[in-house]
Each structure stands twice: as C-alpha cells, then as structure tokens.
Write a protein that binds this ligand. Sequence first.
Ligand code: SAM
Length: 247
Amino acid sequence: MSELPSSPAPAAPAFTLDVIGHIESDYPDKFGIPRQPGLAPAARGRLRLDPPFDDPLTVRGLEAFSHLWLTFVFHESPTRWTPLVRPPRLGGNAKVGVFASRSTHRPNRLGLSLVELAGIDTTRGVALELRGHDLLDGTPVLDIKPYLPWVESRPDALAGFAPDAPPHYRVVFTCEAESRLAERADRLSLRALIEQVLAQDPRPAYRRGAEARVYGVRLRDVDVRFHVVDDAGTPVMEVLAIVALDP
Ligand code: SAM
C-alpha cells in the first residue's frame, strides 16, 4: 500500500500584539544599560500607558504591589536571530542556545524584566514610576503583571552560566567630575546611578582590565566620560568628566 503524501505542517499562527505603553528612561542609549534589572537600583523610569490602556481603572489595586513583571519588545534589536548567541557573561566567545540566554537578539524580540514600582500617577492618563530597570528610552511595553514572590522567588534554582550577579568594580570621581555633580539638583541620585552603572563595567565583554581609552556613557541628560585604571591588579572605573547634553 503506497504511503499517503504527508501534508506540509500548517503554518504557525501569527499573533498581533498591542503595545500598551512606552518607557521614558534614564538610558538614552543601549550602551551602559545593566544587563539585568536590579543591578542599578537608582535607574529611574516611567511607563506611560497609551490609550485605551491609560484608563486608571486598569491599574486599580496595583499600588499594593512593590514589584512588577514587564513584558516588552527589544525594539532596537534586529529581527534576525540565530540559534546560538555569545553571552557577554562568557566573555563574548563561548556560544549557548538562544533559549538558554537572556539575549536581546531572539525570536519575537520579547524581553522580560522584574522592576520596582515606585509610584502610580493617574492625574493625566496613567504613568508608572519605576526603579532599577534595564530598559532603553522608548521601549514599547506589551504587558504588566504584579510580581508574586511566594510563587516566583526561587533563590535555590540553578542558573547555568550566570549563577550569580556579575562582578562589581569600584568607581571614583575626579575633582572636575565632582564639581559638575555638585552643581546639579539631582546630584545624589545621579551619583548613585553613575556609580551603579559603571560598577558593572559596561565596556564590551572582550575589553577587560585597565586601558588608556576613554569611554562615554549617556545617562539622563549627561555624557559620563570614564576610563579604567589599575589599582594593584584590580580595575577601577574613574569618572573624568560629566558633560551636559544639549536638550
Ligand atoms: N531583563 C530582560 C530580559 O531578561 O529579557 C533584558 C535583558 S537584556 C540582556 C538587557 C539589555 O537589553 C540591556 O543591557 C540593554 O542593552 C538592552 N535593551 C534594553 N532595552 C532595549 C530595547 N528596547 N531594544 C534593544 N535592546 C534593549
């Protein structure tokens, strides 16, 4: 008896998703954004909901939760993806499966971040004040869910090639940078943000240790110029200048 021709697999249904809002963030560029939320708790952000999702009824009761899951789109990542990626945590050389990583280059370009909810403003639509996020300014958000620690916190879980937080480096400021900071009304929170972001060593994974090169990372409305010096074999991030960006 002849084999019946196998019919081609039906095309996977595609789903259209609505963007419910956009992020206003301390991070105007991808460079410098910590690789996970919570690594720079001083990072400020605002999720402004778009109509029709900006009805205050949609967030009734949310104020009773301290943390939120945000599902968003890596809108500044290419749509093209590859089965293997090079996590920065592995030095940018070793490869793992895209689904074994939190890479920004992935099918559907979906991201998931656990962020702190610092406040809710419903005077004009809905805006959620966020802290400690890892989101680029302008990021489109698809969903918000309250975090449930009793079911979602698994401190004993295995975490593969990323078993704990990345290393943390010392950050120092030159007198020039100190005096720029001293002029600002937000000097305390901006200092904390600069320290927390640079402590992650935002340079590409293949650049490690002290080097002469000066880097610039844009945070809030400033360009932070820094280089990496050696202190008895330990890299130290030295802030050379804090330059106000043109509005
Ligand atoms: N916590 C999320 C996750 O696990 O899905 C994001 C992790 S991903 C490694 C964090 C990086 O995403 C940041 O360092 C930043 O460079 C990048 N990023 C943040 N927002 C983005 C956006 N809208 N488009 C493209 N890349 C973005």
